[in-house]
Design a binder for this molecule. Sequence first.
Ligand code: C5P
Length: 320
Amino acid sequence: MPEPVERHAPAKVNLTLAVLGGRGDGFHDLHSVMVPLAFGDRLVVAIEGAVDSLEVDGLDPGPNEDNLALRAVAAARAALGDPSRTPPLALRLDKRIPVAAGLAGGSSDAAAALAAALEAWGVDLDPATRQLVAASLGSDVPFFLAGGPALVEGRGERVTPLRPGIVGSPPGILLVTPAVRSSTPAVFAAFDLAGAATPASAAATRATSVHLAEELARDHGLRGADLVDRAGVLSTANDLLAASAVLVPRLAALRTALRRRLGRPVGLSGSGPTLWALYPSETDAAVAATVLREAVATGGLEAPGAEAPTIIATSIGGAE
Ligand code: C5P
């Protein structure tokens, strides 16, 4: 029996998210700089059983039949087209990334499952087919094939790795996820209803996104400290900020409260509701996380949702 294959499935954040417009196919064209985080899920895949199976520890990602990691295995099998080489797999997922939170946990699990399945079977797909399979699973999945910071365009299927990316010691990041699941289609629908962003703010978001992508792709990359210095402009460079605040009441109030309490800019990841703040190091982010958890516990910080928000300190890039 071959050894089980183990994979880290990182969470992502959008440092910028410009929505360029609707496409008429139910999706929107984007220009977004996305980065993987050290924090993520863990997936173990082994050849086992009579059918593909999934066992989950940790958070509840919803019913197995909707699970993107299982769908990724089926899609990889279909793309290979030779069932004799693709026996059933047992997937074990340690789910830590909050679900429907703007962190693309399910998409990352799918990308990890795709890569792990191919490795377990000892087969490969050419990069173009891998990319197509990833895009067929969801708009955020192709990003995770890049393995680092990337510019994401189209509906998510056009991924340009940004190398060398962030250089020097990795910046810390604090994530605050209110206990409210956010539906990406609903946020995009609210964005369309509101008549999108004003032309001036849409142009500013786009310019920030283009500039950051250029900086990360320059010969010497962007130092972590310089990225943290840009947090102010990045924190407003998400065209879905207003729409996500419409769908998650009190999200705007939480963002303001966090900005005051942390004394730092606070941005939104993807379609939310996860809010982020950048720090020089993971240690600094962990100190801020402790302060925030205390504030939540003593009623000094209120967040949307029936339960306390999830507060995570991690760093940008790299695996665990
Ligand atoms: O591709 P995915 O299944 O993640 O997309 C979920 C929904 O989010 C889409 O059906 C669409 O409503 C919205 N979406 C969008 N533009 C994108 C990505 C997602 O409008 N670029």
